[in-house]
Ligand binder design. Structure first.
Ligand SMILES: Nc1ncnc2c1ncn2[C@@H]1O[C@H](COP(=O)(O)OP(=O)(O)OP(=O)(O)O)[C@@H](O)[C@H]1O
Ligand SMILES: [Mg+2]
Length: 464
């Protein structure tokens, strides 16, 4: 696709010359004969670059530039100056012009400057696209009471420098919360450095965190900057802190207390200004009891405790989360957006979700890629989804008699099979090898209701 360039100049000869040069190189040119016409055109169309003459009657180039900026037109502007107003052109670059050219225009210089301008523009566009994508990827979705509470805790904690300890089961969004706190802090334009304490081998973690001098140990062939120094003025996210050794904990404690880092093998200390966010899915008080976590470090970290609730405590979020992921992956994999049927939604809400949001997310990605239809129905959900046999057994332990247990297991089995066969009683009866009439009897006996607005089952004879 050709780049579009707008040429704003009151002199026909100049416009023509620029047009000829640039069109020959494949650019698409539009012309404006006055500052006002240029502004109108720039407001209507998105150009990849604008060439703007400084000296024009009524509305001159400087005023046009200012107007473009206040209108938030982001196309790079190249000022074109006659001789005598070069200093004005320089002044314009300070006010947001991309570059300037002097008349008489030199063909090669013109081409080079325009090429640089459009290149910068496409880089900027890529950058904002990337940012938008990241923002979508890391957005905390959910509107349940617990989620709203979590968001308001984030809002209150974010602007401070206080240390935050995020706890919660695996896959509940701890990393997302950490990023959100950073994004909403005054440090957001400074680095966010993530360290996965569980993934780094014990021998290396100290030099990862604090850096090392060249030759301080075998293999230290060059000086390395530690993560704490890299995060200076920003945020360090100590993920899986429950997996950190006691020895390293002692060193981290020192950084928190003194605000100083001591690189391995170095005699000097480095002052750092770092906000610390830590996360773990372990119960740290339990770890303290077992002598695996330092109590003093725990209190240092736990200034603001934030807990990410598991999905089973906020079932009302499952619908929006599911739809959010369905849209996200449809876009990513170039698929049609899919909607859930009410019975599929109900089944999702009833699932145990041991893997929490991560498990939900992965399942939906699979469904978006593999599902042949524009809707996701209960029958599209994976079979293992309904095979929560161990769940039935463990929850049945509260029962007293064998009969009660048999009933409970039978009910769960029938429910799962009905879902699997889209609530078609005939098909289900056939699949589980029982007469249809018997299945109806069981449905009635256990008070099984069709999920998702389907209402009651048809009477045995009316069933297709
Ligand atoms: N509220 C939410 N809204 C949108 N996406 C979420 C939400 N919570 C979690 N996710 C997504 O679920 C996945 C797991 O989240 P995350 O990595 O933050 O979990 P975690 O608590 O750090 O888990 P672990 O303890 O295993 O490291 C990520 O892909 C994340 O984007
Ligand atoms: Mg995590």
């Amino acid at each position: 696709m050709a780049y579009r360039v707008l040429v704003i100049d009151d002199e026909t000869g100049i416009r023509e010359a620029i047009r000829m040069t640039l069109e020959y190189e494949g650019y698409r040119i539009e012309e404006a004969r006055s500052g006002q016409e240029g502004l109108d055109k720039a407001g209507r169309t998105s150009y990849d670059a604008i060439l703007l003459d400084i000296k024009m009657p009524i509305l001159d180039g400087i005023e046009v530039l200012e107007n473009l900026k206040t209108q938030r037109i982001t196309a790079p502007v190249i000022m074109v100056s006659g001789h005598g107003d070069v200093h004005t052109a320089v002044e314009c670059t300070k006010r947001g012009a991309f570059d300037f050219l002097e008349k008489p225009l030199n063909r090669d210089k013109l081409l080079l400057t325009v090429r640089n301008a459009v290149r910068q523009r496409s880089l900027e566009e890529e950058n904002t696209e990337l940012k938008e994508k990241q923002e979508k990827e890391y957005r905390l979705v959910g509107d349940s009471e617990l989620m709203r509470d979590l968001k308001s805790q984030i809002e209150r904690a974010a602007p401070t420098k206080a240390t935050v300890l995020i706890t919660g089961e695996s896959g509940t969004g701890k990393e997302l919360v950490a990023r959100e706190i950073h994004r909403r802090s005054s440090r957001s334009h400074m680095p966010f450095i993530q360290v996965n304490c569980a993934a780094i081998p014990e021998e290396l973690i100290e030099s990862e965190l604090f850096g090392h001098e060249k030759g301080s140990f075998t293999g230290a062939v060059r000086k390395q900057t530690g993560k704490f120094v890299a995060a200076d003025s920003g945020t360090i996210f100590l993920d899986e802190i429950g997996d950190m050794s006691l020895r390293t904990q002692a060193k981290v404690l020192r950084v928190l207390q003194e605000g100083e880092v001591e690189p391995v093998g170095s005699a000097t200390v480095v002052k750092v200004d770092v906000r610390v966010i830590a996360a773990t899915n372990k119960d740290l008080t339990e770890e303290i009891r077992n002598g695996r976590f330092r109590e003093d470090l725990y209190y240092r970290l736990n200034v603001i405790p934030i807990r990410t609730p598991p999905l089973r405590e906020r079932k009302d979020d499952i619908g929006i989360l599911g739809q959010h992921f369905a849209n996200l992956f449809a876009e990513e994999h170039n698929k049609h957006p899919k909607k859930f049927t009410p019975s599929a939604l109900k089944a999702l809400q009833d699932a145990p979700w041991r893997g929490n949001v991560r498990e939900l997310r992965n399942m939906i990605e699979r469904l978006v890629i593999m599902g042949p239809n524009d809707t996701i129905d209960v029958t599209d959900l994976p079979a293992e989804f309904f095979r929560a046999a161990t769940d039935i057994i463990s929850s049945a332990m509260r029962l007293n008699t064998l009969q009660e247990f048999k009933d409970e297991a039978e009910k769960a089995f029938i429910l799962a099979k009905l879902r699997e066969h889209g609530w078609n009683v005939s098909k289900t009866a056939e699949a589980i090898d029982t007469p249809r009439s018997n299945l109806y009897k069981k449905i009635e006996q256990y008070g099984i209701k069709r999920e998702g607005g389907g209402g009651a089952f048809a009477p045995p004879d009316g069933d297709a």
